[in-house]
Design a protein around this ligand. Structure first.
Ligand SMILES: [Zn+2]
Length: 99
């Protein structure tokens, strides 16, 4: 068989495979959304226990979940501050050295 034929055959085979995989993926994701879409709720960000949708902060009423959440919030805030602070210092130093 010619080189062109070979390439053509390979191309059709991969296309068929891709189509098959895509249809399988669709079927699987459809099933999972149906299963999880029973009733809307959130999960505790610490222990993943189901909590009411309007719970704020998104944690259950366990004491260790609350303290873990507070600790996480604190470190998250520090990280955000540093994320802004470091570029600001870098820009400042660049400006200072430029003048
Ligand atoms: Zn929890």
């Amino acid at each position: 068989m010619s080189r062109k034929e070979k390439i053509q055959r390979a191309a059709t085979r991969t296309a068929a495979q891709a189509r098959e995989t895509a249809s399988r993926e669709r079927k699987r994701s459809g099933r999972s959304t149906q299963a999880s879409g029973s009733n809307p709720h959130r999960h505790c960000s610490v222990c993943w226990a189901p909590i009411p949708l309007e719970a704020e902060p998104p944690i259950c009423d366990k004491e260790d979940c609350e303290s873990t959440h507070k600790k996480r919030e604190g470190s998250r805030k520090r990280l955000t501050i540093m994320l802004y602070l470091f570029p600001a210092i870098a820009i400042l130093l660049a400006l200072l050295s430029g003048f």
